[in-house]
Design a protein around this ligand. Structure first.
Ligand SMILES: [Zn+2]
Length: 311
């Protein structure tokens, strides 16, 4: 039994068929967690789809209408880079509901993990790079609207820059956006985050962790957020097909652990989401995402109570 909740729905599968995005990974992560005894059925929460009211705090009515009525233009679909289907929309609305639920669980338990989401390339008015709706942004706006938090930080460790996050929260002093990514990679246009850590091609574990960890500690110390949203990409992995960094599985787990520990030591709840992962062997992507849950468990057990850590 885990000391925090996991959020999952069997319809997270984006229904992409043969595609570089391994949409079966959501199911495979769920299966691995159960098979290896890391989690039991009681550890899981099942999300409801996000409400349109929640989504419209971030996205334009025009973009939401296009998605719900299947009226995307050819250009919209080209930017999104995944084929449109009603199942895709259902999966996205569920994943957004999942990130909201994981955030609410994190506020209560110190950690909460959505085994989906991390759609950091979605903008308010269009989708990009496999991301239609920005689940983390919607969850932040919901917590703010409900009066649960004022300030949030997004720590985005996907190998690709968090362009949607940066654009949505540009000029918003309540949300600190931190992205560590490969400089020479998608997206071509990288709007400025609060802090961008641009990594050179083939940066390894030491180089990456040496840049990330002090930056996270400083941001948490100075900005003092009330929740940390973790966009935990598996694609900085050395064998990723869409990434050009050289992190090992061990280095990626250390990355997760260091970020979680920095938050936990300050009593800041952590909500995790998955984001990308395109390893040649899908088992590697699944393992890296499962390791994020293990890292959260290690930190939760090492620091039993977020409120105790605060005092
Ligand atoms: Zn990515």
């Amino acid at each position: 039994m885990l000391p925090f909740k996991l959020v999952y729905h069997e319809r997270y599968d984006l229904n992409l068929g043969p595609h570089v995005f391994p949409s079966q990974k959501f199911r495979l992560i769920h299966e691995m967690l159960l098979r290896e005894g890391i989690a039991t059925q009681d550890d899981f929460l099942r999300p409801n789809p996000a409400s349109d009211e929640d989504i419209l705090r971030v996205h334009t009515p025009e973009w939401v209408r296009k998605l719900k009525t299947g009226t995307l233009t050819t250009s919209d679909v080209m930017k999104l880079e995944v084929p449109y289907s009603p199942e895709l929309v259902e999966a996205v609305w569920l994943a957004v509901g999942g990130t909201i639920l994981a955030a609410q669980a994190a506020i209560r338990d110190g950690f909460g993990s959505n085994l989906g989401g991390g759609f950091h390339h979605a903008y308010a008015g269009h989708g990009e790079g496999f991301c239609a709706i920005h689940d983390v942004a919607v969850a932040i706006r919901k917590l703010q609207a409900d009066g649960v938090i004022k300030k949030a930080i997004v720590v985005d460790t996907d190998v690709h820059h968090g362009n949607g996050t940066a654009a949505i929260f540009r000029n918003d002093s309540t949300v600190f956006t931190l992205s560590i990514h490969q400089k020479n990679n998608y997206p071509a246009h990288k709007p400025a985050s609060s802090l961008d850590l641009n990594m050179n091609d083939r940066a390894d574990d030491d180089e990456y962790l040496g840049a990330l960890i002090p930056a996270v500690q400083q941001a948490l110390g100075e900005f003092r957020p009330e929740i940390l949203f973790y966009v935990g990409g598996a694609d900085p992995y050395c064998e990723d097909q869409l990434g050009g960094l050289s992190l090992t599985k061990k280095g990626l787990k250390q990355r997760d652990r260091h970020v979680f520990e920095a938050a936990r030591r300050r009593g800041i709840p952590v909500a995790t989401t998955l984001a990308g992962g395109y390893a040649r062997r899908v088992e590697d992507t699944v393992r890296i995402h499962v390791n994020t849950i293990l890292a959260a468990r290690e930190v939760a057990l090492a620091f039993p109570s977020a409120s105790a850590a605060r005092s």
